[in-house]
Design a protein around this ligand. Structure first.
Ligand code: IMP
Ligand code: MG
Length: 178
């Protein structure tokens, strides 16, 4: 069991497992033949997944434009309360196919907010790709079009995901076990 910052990490999804799954997701995305595709990485948590998935999409033959949006979904604790737009994209989404990339779909509030924003702005379609789906925590009618793995109901870290800004650098997804 790896030890990081004095804490033991129980690895749930290894770097190799994630890389293999990313390639499958990329092929499934490319098979949809999106037109004038704009990929939007939802910061901060999705930055590593988005970087890897976008390169896997290139390998699978896609030529997407890439954008970033920052939304904050957490209130005080670790449950999503309200969603706020902290930094917007620069591109016009009107008439375009949009693919939102996020690290983890939990209540669905983050992705529902972001999807509705892009539809209001006239996106032709808005699809969702997430690495992890914690479906037992869902509180909205949002589902992912492309998902890496079903996630057990633990607070997970690594591969971009943090607890208190730590552990984002881990190349795998795990649970801090003390
Ligand atoms: P939702 O709005 O409840 O679906 O929450 C999704 C957002 O909360 C994701 O974009 C993550 O950044 C964050 N999040 C949810 N669960 C976890 C977790 O287990 N570890 C780290 N971040 C999480
Ligand atoms: Mg997030």
């Amino acid at each position: 069991m790896p030890k990081v910052g004095g804490k033991n990490i129980d690895v749930l999804f290894s770097a190799e497992t994630i890389a293999a799954r990313n390639l499958e997701l990329a092929k499934a995305i490319v098979a949809r033949n999106f037109e004038n595709l704009l990929v939007i990485s939802i910061l901060k948590g999705s930055f590593i997944f988005a970087a890897d998935l976008i390169r896997a999409m290139h390998d699978a033959g896609a030529e997407p434009d890439v954008e970033f949006i920052t939304v904050s979904s957490y209130g005080k604790g670790t449950e999503s309360t309200e969603v706020r737009l902290l930094r917007d994209i620069d591109s016009d989404v009107h008439g375009r196919d949009v693919l939102l990339i996020d690290d983890i779909l939990e209540s669905g509030k983050t992705l529902k907010f972001t999807r509705e924003l892009m539809l209001q702005r006239g996106a032709r379609s808005v699809s969702i790709a997430v690495l992890l789906d914690k479906s037992v925590k869902r509180k909205t009618d949002i589902e992912a079009d492309f998902k890496g793995f079903e996630c057990p109901d633990y607070f997970v870290v690594g591969y971009g995901m943090d607890v208190g800004h730590s552990f984002r650098q881990l190349p795998y997804v795990g649970v801090v076990t003390e």
